[in-house]
Design a protein. Sequence first.
Length: 131
Amino acid sequence: TPFSLGDVPITVTTLGGTSNELTLSYTATFPPALAGEIVGFTGQPHTWTWGAIPGKPAVLVVAVNPQTVVFQGQEFIVHYIPIWAGLPWESGIASVTANLPAAAAGLQFLSQVWMLKPVIVSNITSTWVPF
């Protein structure tokens, strides 16, 4: 994971030697893109990772109600609970890990990232917690 946006030279070193250098370019993700696990287990860590615009405040929200609403062409989850707020790293990437509570057993929850100033939302992910 890069620490900032821009070009980064990459090489791979193995017992056979070092590869030629390859330059990768990291660019900001717009709109935000959220990746989450599709199955979670109570008492176990659950990780959300997303890419967004660096320096823009963001909020990670979850909801156990599958209802959404479209506002200004964007789909928002409703009846949400914010579980993280802050700024992504200089690369625009952020990650949060939390243990799922026992009360989540048998539930399916939705997750979404809201980037603020202006409000731009990520895709919606769904996670099922069988036990």
